[in-house]
Ligand binder design. Structure first.
Ligand code: BGC
Length: 267
């Protein structure tokens, strides 16, 4: 049976493309009403909204840069004006600004940490305040609220050439666990998802030629690239009462990327 999120209000940051879009479509498919957050690409966000509506769901798009406190607050205000509250937050917005470490600019460091990590802080704080204010609504969920933090296999796999990104994901891991510990007595669940290589625009160069894909697959024992829909299904389950006893942990969904495949028959 598909888990039901009927009547629950969900905000997915960075839902105009990639994993965020896959998660938004899946949550809507399970009956949630969506806020589709985007930073820049208005048309893509409206396309996600249209896809949800065409399937009989409810959604609207809100522009906000998640690293700006005033914009985050304004986004939550819009959500409350429309839906009255929030039940599910998916902290998904994130980006890469890759370079060799010695060439990395402070700007590229700060941008990645601000959006990937500080953005999760700002959005989670707003959501947690509302979850605590409102408490559990029995006919919607056993929890007062659910926060899903999109992390990465790079919260545990070091990643040269991407140290700002890996540092942001390592930070998300400890951020997620610490707020999970603090918020659990309020019946708020906080969980992480650690995707491996998922076929999205962020890692296009790793899959868009047969040679690149072959090289990537040497890192994935299960021998296929992931799809946004894989993550969408996991997020839906984690947000549902089926997962009511899960909090403070990251579920890796990576085809085995975290299994140190280089050690198979080696070492
Ligand atoms: C990164 C992708 C990468 C994947 C596996 C993700 O978090 O955003 O670029 O392909 O990790 O290395």
């Amino acid at each position: 049976m598909n888990p039901s999120l009927k009547g629950q209000a969900a905000l997915v940051t960075g839902a105009d493309s990639g994993i965020g879009k896959g998660v938004a479509l899946a949550l809507a498919g399970a009956g949630a009403k969506l806020v589709i957050n985007y930073a820049h690409n208005h048309d893509a966000a409206e396309a996600t909204v249209a896809e949800i509506k065409a399937a009989g769901g409810e959604a609207f798009a809100v522009q906000a840069d998640v690293s700006h406190e005033d914009q985050v607050k304004a986004m939550f205000a819009q959500m409350y004006a429309q839906y009255g509250t929030i039940d599910i937050l998916v902290n998904n917005a994130g980006l890469q600004k890759d370079s060799r470490f010695v060439d990395m600019t402070l700007d590229d460091w700060n941008t990645v940490i601000s959006i990937n990590l500080t953005g999760q802080f700002l959005c989670s704080r707003e959501a947690a305040r509302e979850f605590i204010r409102r408490g559990v609504v029995e006919d919607r969920s056993r929890a007062a609220g659910k926060i899903i933090c999109m992390s990465s296999v790079h919260e545990v796999i070091p990643w040269g050439g991407h140290v700002n990104y890996a540092a942001s994901k390592g930070g998300i891991s400890m951020f997620m666990k610490s707020i999970a510990q603090e918020l659990a007595p309020h019946k708020i669940r906080v969980v992480g998802i650690g995707p491996g290589a998922i076929q999205t625009p962020i890692n296009k160069s790793a899959w868009d030629t047969p040679e690149a894909l072959d090289k990537l697959l040497t890192l994935i024992p299960y021998n296929r690239i992931g799809k946004p829909d894989d993550i969408g299904k996991l997020a839906t389950w984690l947000a549902s009462d089926e997962a009511d006893y899960i909090t403070g942990t990251t579920i890796f969904m990576d085809g085995g990327m975290t299994l140190y495949p280089g050690f198979a028959d080696n070492g």
